[in-house]
Design a protein around this ligand. Sequence first.
Ligand code: HEC
Ligand code: HEC
Ligand code: HEC
Length: 410
Amino acid sequence: MKRVLKWVGVIVLLLVLIVAGFAAWIQFSGMPTYDVAVVEMTIPSTPERLVRGRELATSLCVHCHLDPATRIASGKEIVDLPKEFGRAFSKNITNHRTAGIGGWSDGEIVWLLRTGIHPRTGEYVPPWMPKFPRLSDEDMASIVVWLRSDDPYVAAADVPNRPAEPSFLAKFLSRIAFKPLPYPSAPVAHPDTTNSVVWGKYLALGVYDCYSCHSGDFAKMDMLTPENSFDFFAGGNMMPDAAGKAVSTSNITMDKTTGIGSWTREQFITALKTGFRPDGSQIRYPMARFVQASDASIGAIYDYLKTVPTINKPRGVVELHDAGATASAGKKAYYRYECIRCHGESGLGIADLQLADTKYATDSLMSDVIRHINTYQPESYMPKYEDRIPESDMASLIAYVRQLGQASKR
Ligand code: HEC
Ligand code: HEC
Ligand code: HEC
């Protein structure tokens, strides 16, 4: 009996050592690495590609890579990354030859965007940098052409990259769950842009990735065959905002009661362009307005969604921000109009609000910026508030924005 117990003890001890060793290995070995097989190519620049590339990159890349202080894509902290994953910083993707990606070949950029494997180090690039397996070769070429252009967003900036600080969980998942994607084995054709459903499907699945946020569970998502994702377009993923509260993505199948089956095509286009639903309620971050996309493109997404099987699934949890009963009128407005979801508690969220106080000296100018952001930043996806904020709230809201700016200087 004693002997048996002794052996059980030895086995348990061995198991503990193996688990501890495995954990230590994950902790100290960093991200997994994979083989790199860059396909060299030279992508010629054309005026059409430059225009398309700008349209794509300003909605797909810039918001994550842009330093809000300089408005150059030299990298910034991803503030809405769930804390459990550690800290992540987007990288310098300007034309600087050493600090940015100016020294990368066209093939290296395409390799990274397709596979999620770093072309220089072979390291796996985690999911907070998106991958584009279904983007057509033509659209991919346009993005590369734009990255190489003299657009001020990618003007060479000598800003060093900040290394990521992935948590144990992030590293663990990168070993066992997250995987890079295979490099396409055949050319990825550009879809028929004159067939609305085909074009809309391409935009929703290949370009703007609507399905990934709007499926039921990131862990049960199929990046290569999106239609196989769990609860395809029926929503349910919990997405954190810049102030730590999460919102469930909504059901955007055409189900009449739980989805958007009662929205007209016009209403859908207006909602995606303004950031407000047909009933006037605000669509919360991290849902972003599709500022650059044309009405025809957004309409095409609607036409495609009409062909997606409907699922009856009520919307999930929306975690609300509460300013507290004793808060000032300005703070209450800041919470009520969901400014906090993007600009955070201190004004330092996905976009910096602390500079606004000095930049917009008069209240009438500040009011105009808040109501009509696109006059000042044409690509901004901040909601089109226009006259949705009554004058009575605007004065205290502005006072609060100024207070945030002044508090940051102390
Ligand atoms: C959701 C935020 C996000 C979006 C959107 C995004 N990126 Fe990134 N990107 C990141 C993060 C974070 C990293 C760093 C990942 C890491 O820690 O390895 C990164 C890394 C990169 C790198 C690697 C640079 C280097 O030196 O290692 C390139 C190139 C890049 N992104 C280009 C793009 C392009 C082009 C687009 C648009 C097509 C884009 N990114 C969209 C967040 C984003
Ligand atoms: C980064 C994740 C993300 C992406 C990408 C995304 N959405 Fe959303 N979307 C959300 C979230 C979260 C909500 C819920 C917002 C709320 O509850 O106020 C939402 C809400 C919506 C709504 C409002 C529906 C309703 O009544 O709540 C529509 C319509 C919509 N998204 C369409 C789209 C389309 C079309 C695309 C692609 C072009 C897209 N979304 C891409 C996260 C995303
Ligand atoms: C969906 C996210 C989002 C929401 C909600 C939002 N903003 Fe913004 N806001 C931004 C972004 C992003 C920018 C930076 C401009 C850009 O590059 O897009 C910005 C810029 C601004 C600026 C200009 C800052 C500067 O330095 O030029 C002001 C002022 C501002 N926001 C105020 C507000 C107020 C007040 C609210 C609430 C009524 C609000 N925002 C809600 C995303 C948002």
